[in-house]
Each structure stands twice: as structure tokens, then as C-alpha cells.
Design a protein around this ligand. Structure first.
Ligand SMILES: Cc1ncc(COP(=O)(O)O)c(C=O)c1O
Length: 378
């Protein structure tokens, strides 16, 4: 396991500070995929009001175990019934919960993918069936690969869009795979943690087709688009009896009162949503263009707020880790993607941030590259 991903993920500022020196908050973090605009202003206002006592006892009472106010607002926004929704402590809680509740013998995953799917499978004693998506398909699984997985697993996790690629299969493929899952009885878990970043994401989702996909469950996160990973918030959408089962097994107060307040305010902040959506595509394409100009990396296409890169020149063993190290010493964190099964030490992943921050990334990359080309140590 690469040093900075010691606990499995990017965004670990404390480990970065231990390794590179400096204060944790000083690092510019391209290693976790959080919206660079920061939390919506309305969230910050609502949290201050809640702490100042507008919602009496926000801290001194137990939170609503069903997050009813937030659930109802989400139901309204998504045009689903509140009984089809379960609010949780981040999508991460739901990944664990679905494995715990459905008790699959075999869990299917497509490599490369978010590591928590396999971790949950192993923790709960399941075996893992995997297919390795092909680089020539930009690591997007084909319909055949997905059908294979669905037929051989009791529960399949699929990132839509996937981490670390930022891509998702076409909707007709998802529909046919969901139909196959319904026939074979497999649970198909579509992880849409990043769908808010995808232009037209809501139309790409199967969220409004769930009535014809009875074994499909959708997971979403509010920590990425609304920049709230420290508060933790996510939700599942699926059939009512499944949502009830999941609720029965969930820790009752896993969604704290402030997270619930924040979630409600985030949904009300239409101005933030508009700004956040405007930011997305233009910055990603700009950054991808700059990276291509730097020349030393191949940039995979992405539909979301992060980019998978492949180091072009053979830089020897551990190249991705050494690039991460050199950037870290310059105060910039990037994700060493060699820790994703299905990738190797030629791959890194970076988040798209603000224009100025992206410029700093490019400037640092150019310097590291010049050192590297000049035969500097590393
Ligand atoms: C694909 C994917 N799903 C789920 C999560 C977890 O999201 P949350 O912060 O809502 O627990 C992540 C976090 O990186 C992720 O990349």
C-alpha cells in the first residue's frame, strides 16, 4: 500500500504532514474528489444558526433516526416517495450496510473501482468475483462483462460514474444489465456518489426506472458535490421493502443532527447548485488541455470532477508513487492510483479544482517533469 493511502484513500492531510512536513491544512489537495467551491453558503449559515440555538438542542438531543426532514426534501427533489429513501452517514455507510443486510455469498466488482466495495465484501466473509475493465475501453466495463458479473454474483457494485475513471456505461446498457440482475436475482448496487457532477446526470441515472428494475439499488453521496466529507452524508434509493430492511440494520443515529441540518440547507441552495454546475465542465476540459500540453501524461476522458492520468514515459518502478512524493514535497497532494487493482504504477488520479489551484498543479508538474527529464533524483 502506498504511503499516503495508508488508510485506503486520498485526502489524508495528517499522513501528508507527517511525511512531507508542514501543517495538514496547508496542502493543496487534488487527491480527494471534493467540490473546490467548498460547502454551500446556506449550509454554513444553517449550521451557525443551529449551533446558536435556532434548532434547540441540536447537539443536546438525539438526531432523528430517519432524517425525516432531509428525507422528505430529497424525495421532493428526486420525485420519489420518502419510503424509497434511506439517509445515511455517507455512501460509505451504505456500502457496508448493503453487504451486511443482503449477505451475498459472492460480491461482483469491476476493476479498477472504489476499494470499499471489496473491503465490505471481505469484512463480511463474502468472496469477490471481479472483471478487469480494459484500458482500450477507457476502463468502462462492456455489457458482456457486466452480464458475466451479474450472473456469477449475488450482489454487484458498479460505480456510475466510477472512481477512478469518472465514466459510466451508457444508460441502455445499465437498463439491460439491471434487467438481467432482476432475472438472476442479483442485487445491483449502482454507486452514484459523483452523479451530481455529470452534466444531465439525473437523466443518465436509473433512478426513475427503479419500478422496472426491482433488484437495483442506487447509492448517492452528498459529501462530494456539496463539499461536506467531514460531516458525512449519503442516501440510498430503492424499493420500499429493501429500504425498510436496510433501516432495520442501520445504527439508529448514524446521521448526526448537524449533518441533517446541512443536508437540508444544501438542497435549498439553488444558487450554489447553479454555480457548482457551471464550474464543472469548463474547468475539467481546461485542466485536461493543460495536462496534455505538459506532454508527459495521457489524460483519460472523464465526465466528472476528477481525471485519471497515465504517465507516458517509462519512469521505472513506482513512478506514480514517486510523482506523488515529489508533488507532496511541493505541498500538492495527488492520488497514487497504483493502489487500485486493475491499474499499476503508471497511473495517478487528480481532482479538478479552481482555475488558480489548477494552475499551481500544472506549474508544479512542469517543474517535477523538468527535474525528472534532467535526471534529478527520484
Ligand atoms: C465511488 C465512491 N463511492 C462512495 C464514496 C464514499 O462517499 P461518502 O463520502 O458519501 O461516504 C466514495 C468516496 O470517495 C467514492 O469514491
Amino acid at each position: 500500500m502506498a504511503e499516503l493511502e495508508r488508510y485506503g484513500h486520498g485526502g489524508d492531510r495528517l499522513t501528508a504532514a507527517e511525511r512531507f512536513g508542514g501543517r495538514p491544512e496547508e496542502f493543496l489537495d487534488f487527491s480527494s474528489n471534493i467540490h473546490p467551491l467548498g460547502p454551500p453558503p446556506r449550509v454554513l449559515e444553517a449550521l451557525s444558526r443551529a449551533l446558536a440555538g435556532e434548532r434547540p438542542q441540536a447537539l443536546a438531543s438525539y438526531p432523528d433516526p430517519l432524517s425525516r426532514r432531509l428525507r422528505d426534501k430529497l424525495a421532493d427533489r428526486l420525485s420519489v416517495s420518502p419510503e424509497q429513501l434511506l439517509v445515511a452517514n455517507g455512501a460509505a455507510e451504505l456500502i457496508d450496510l448493503v453487504v451486511r443486510v443482503f449477505r451475498p455469498r459472492r460480491v461482483g466488482v469491476v476493476h479498477p473501482c472504489f476499494s470499499e466495495y471489496e473491503r465490505a465484501a471481505h469484512l463480511h466473509g463474502c468472496s469477490v468475483v471481479s472483471v478487469r475493465a480494459k484500458e482500450e475501453n477507457r476502463f468502462v466495463p462492456t455489457e458482456e462483462e457486466l452480464r458475466f458479473l451479474v450472473m456469477r454474483s449475488d450482489l454487484v457494485f458498479l460505480g456510475c460514474p466510477n472512481n477512478p475513471t469518472g465514466l459510466l456505461p451508457p444508460k441502455p446498457v445499465l437498463e439491460r444489465v439491471a434487467a438481467e440482475a432482476a432475472r438472476s436475482g442479483a442485487v445491483l448496487v449502482l454507486d452514484e456518489a459523483f452523479i451530481d457532477f455529470v452534466p444531465g446526470g439525473e437523466e443518465r441515472s436509473l433512478i426513475h426506472r427503479l419500478s422496472s428494475c426491482p433488484t437495483t439499488l442506487i447509492l448517492r453521496s452528498m459529501t462530494k458535490f456539496y463539499a461536506l466529507p467531514g460531516l458525512r452524508l449519503g442516501y440510498a434509493v430503492g424499493r420500499k421493502d429493501w429500504i425498510e430492511r436496510l433501516l432495520d440494520h442501520k445504527i439508529p443515529w448514524s446521521v448526526n443532527a448537524l449533518a441533517q441540518v446541512a443536508g437540508e440547507a444544501a438542497l435549498e441552495d439553488e444558487e450554489y447548485r447553479r454555480r457548482a454546475e457551471r464550474w464543472g465542465r469548463a474547468e475539467r476540459e481546461e485542466l485536461a488541455g493543460w495536462l496534455r500540453q505538459v506532454g508527459a501524461v495521457d489524460v483519460f476522458p472523464s465526465e466528472t470532477n476528477f481525471l485519471l492520468l497515465r504517465l507516458r514515459a517509462a519512469k521505472g518502478r513506482g513512478a506514480s508513487g514517486r510523482l506523488q512524493e515529489r508533488m507532496g514535497r511541493r505541498g500538492i497532494l495527488i492520488r497514487d492510483a497504483s493502489t487500485f487493482p486493475g491499474l499499476d504504477d503508471r497511473y495517478v488520479r487528480i481532482a479538478v479544482r479552481t482555475r488558480r489551484e489548477n494552475e499551481r498543479l500544472i506549474a508544479a508538474l512542469r517543474k517535477v517533469w523538468a527535474e525528472w527529464e534532467g535526471g534529478g533524483e527520484g
